[in-house]
Ligand binder design. Structure first.
Ligand code: HEM
Length: 160
């Protein structure tokens, strides 16, 4: 039962992270790019609101995935001794993807997003908003790719 709950949370976190990246970067933002620019403050624009929510959402999901992944390994510690050879090679590949996604996600959340946070307190940063949003969009692609690879390796591991 515990295993089912851990894997359920693991899968929900993966679905939320991948789903939000696909929705924001592939579906929503390309379509809002075609909307004529509005005379509104940067912080009320759809791209700003989207990346403001996306970066911390992906990072939180990653933390949940790491937590539940490690907890699953600890729960099944004894069962893991008799695994087929090759399991940990796959697991290593999965962790490489996770590490890459993790550092990119930290960069997005604590560097890029932080630069354009609280625009009412630092209005001089308004001019870097479009460039920073572009950078967040660009770095989301490798996060999405490594996340999807980790998802694939996870599914493979569960059936190994
Ligand atoms: C980007 C992050 C991650 C994604 C997208 C991901 C995705 C998945 C998926 C889809 C499964 C298959 C579940 C099933 O079908 O039963 C899985 C299983 C698993 N994941 Fe992850 N995972 C991620 C990160 C991690 C991390 C950081 C760890 C460990 C530190 C981890 C450890 C595991 C373990 C131990 C399993 C079970 C494998 C088995 O049944 O033998 N995962 N993961």
């Amino acid at each position: 039962m515990t295993n089912n709950i851990i894997i359920f949370i693991h899968l929900i976190a993966a679905a939320i992270a991948i789903g939000s990246m696909v929705f924001s970067i592939i579906l929503l933002l390309p379509s809002t790019d075609k909307v004529p620019a509005q005379q509104e403050l940067e912080e009320f624009s759809i791209p700003y609101k989207t990346v403001e929510l996306l970066a911390p959402t992906v990072f939180t999901c990653l933390l949940i995935l790491i937590g539940t992944g490690i907890y699953y390994l600890l729960e099944n510690y004894t069962g893991q001794m008799a695994l087929k050879p090759g399991y940990y090679n796959l697991f290593g590949l999965k962790l490489i993807c996770v590490v890459v996604a993790f550092f990119l996600s930290i960069y997005q959340t604590f560097n890029l997003r932080a630069r354009i946070a609280n625009l009412d307190l630092s209005p001089e940063n308004r001019k870097i908003v479009p460039k920073t949003i572009q950078q967040i969009k660009k770095t989301t692609t490798p996060v999405l790719v490594t996340f999807s690879l980790a998802l694939f390796f996870g599914i493979w591991l569960a059936r190994f």
